[in-house]
Design a protein around this ligand. Structure first.
Ligand code: PLP
Length: 429
């Protein structure tokens, strides 16, 4: 790796003293579109996808981008054009996929709390599979489908009870989690599904958590899932596909997750050894496809020296980048232009009126007011989690393809935010 390359960020690098994303200077983009600004590299998304595609070469497999990681239409379009399916978790996400040019039959619908209205919407569209998360949901889905004269394709999300060794808020495959059907009752759920008139059993799925950086939890989960496939098929219910979920981590802070192709070489060896290598395979990666393809560029507003801490106050905040406030997550932060100035230690904080509004703590930065910072690894679970707290408009987003930039989301105005609101009372008389 050249010293100018940022670890884990293949298409974001310093050229001289300037930080570039593909062929464009981030400072130029910030001046053109304003800050805070999310900027994504198309090449970085496609190279992350290519690692999975290499991993599945010669197999029957579908990569369904878990779009909750970043659901902006311009991002979805990149994956739709690259041949991906989509993993959705709401009716709103279904509308987004269709608006971005995705195919309904390549959509799988996950989530523990699907409403009847969302089930109807997805059946009407003709999605590929519902990943059902409880026995109660099986009953409701069968009923809704029967009322429409349709049969819903289903897979059951089994909870393999393995510890993904990640942050408790993003671990989903343990017994104490709300997700999936417990391993012990999975067979009963399959038998019930097979007996219901509105359902057609298609497959099995699991998803054990997010930002997973070790391969052992995946290998353990695969064994547990295959045990279940054997038990279900022994009961006479055949499964066309095995959906192994998402969750592979990215490098935020020297993390070393396995590469997607290397991980899948091991998982496929296991599938082959147990005689399942020719099954249709599906996966639902989110973060690992987009996380390190994006940065958030923000302007330094004020430097505020303090007795215990120096604060670097920037124009991006917890409403734009919620992960530090939500999970104490770490995002690397770097100046967009290198200088010879002496660095100081700062807490990088936003303008929102909460002490939880911080983006990074104890960071060495050589910056002053008006300088630009890049918050790295901002492609996943940032814009899609952004809020309007403090009536802050959501940031603009730009997609870069080589030396071309396209504005894929305009900066939100106060009028955008107030649309749909009504004053409660007429003028005082
Ligand atoms: C969130 C989620 C994913 C994607 O997880 P990543 O960690 O972003 O890869 C996949 N499947 C399901 C069911 C999810 O809830």
């Amino acid at each position: 790796m050249s010293p100018n390359q940022l670890p884990g960020h293949p298409h974001i690098a310093f050229l001289g003293d300037e930080l570039f994303i593909e062929g464009l200077r981030l400072s130029d983009l910030a001046h053109q579109y304003g800050t805070p600004l999310f900027v994504y590299s198309k090449a970085a998304m496609l190279s992350a996808l290519a690692a999975y595609q290499r991993g599945f070469a010669g197999r029957k497999a579908r990569i369904c981008y878990a779009m909750k990681a970043n659901s902006t239409l311009g991002v979805l379009q990149v994956f739709a054009q690259a041949g991906c399916g989509f993993d959705i978790v709401s009716g709103g996400e279904l509308e987004r996929v269709l608006a971005a040019g995705g195919q309904a039959e390549d959509i799988i619908f996950s989530g523990a709390g699907k409403t009847r209205a969302e089930m109807r919407q997805a059946l009407q569209a003709g999605i590929g599979c519902f990943n059902v998360e409880s026995e109660a949901e099986l009953e409701v889905l069968s009923q809704v489908a029967s009322e429409m004269g349709k049969v819903a394709p289903v897979s059951i999300r089994v909870n393999p009870d393995v510890d993904p060794k990640t942050h408790p808020y993003i671990s989903t495959g343990l017994k104490g989690n709300k997700f999936g059907v417990p391993h012990e009752s999975s067979l009963r759920a399959y038998q019930r599904a097979a007996s219901l008139p509105g359902l057609k059993v298609k497959g099995i799925d699991c998803h054990i958590g997010s930002q997973i950086t070790e391969e052992a939890p995946y290998l353990d989960a695969m064994d547990r899932v295959l045990d279940m496939v054997e038990a279900v098929e022994a009961a006479g219910i055949m499964l066309e596909h095995i959906d192994f979920g998402g969750g592979l981590g990215i490098d935020y802070q020297g993390d070393q997750p396995p590469a997607a192709d290397a991980l899948w070489a091991k998982l496929l060896a296991k599938l082959d050894a147990r005689g399942f290598g020719q099954r249709m395979l599906m996966i639902e990666p989110g973060r690992s496809l987009v996380g390190n393809a994006g940065v958030c560029v923000t302007e330094v507003l004020y430097i505020k020296p303090g007795e215990q801490k120096n604060f670097c106050i920037v124009d991006a905040a917890m409403n734009d980048l919620p992960r530090p406030a939500m999970y104490q997550a770490y995002h690397a932060i770097t100046a967009v232009r290198r200088t010879q100035q002496a660095a100081q230690t700062y807490d990088v904080v936003g303008p929102v009126c909460e002490s939880g509004d911080w983006l990074g703590r104890d960071r060495e930065l050589a910056v002053g007011p008006g300088d630009l910072l890049a918050v790295l690894s901002a492609g996943a679970y940032c814009m899609s989690m952004a809020s309007n707290y403090n009536t802050r408009g959501r940031a603009a987003e730009v997609l870069v393809d080589a030396d071309r930039a396209v504005l894929i989301r305009e900066r939100e105005t106060a009028a955008d935010q107030m649309r749909g609101e009504r004053l409660a009372f007429g003028p005082r008389t």
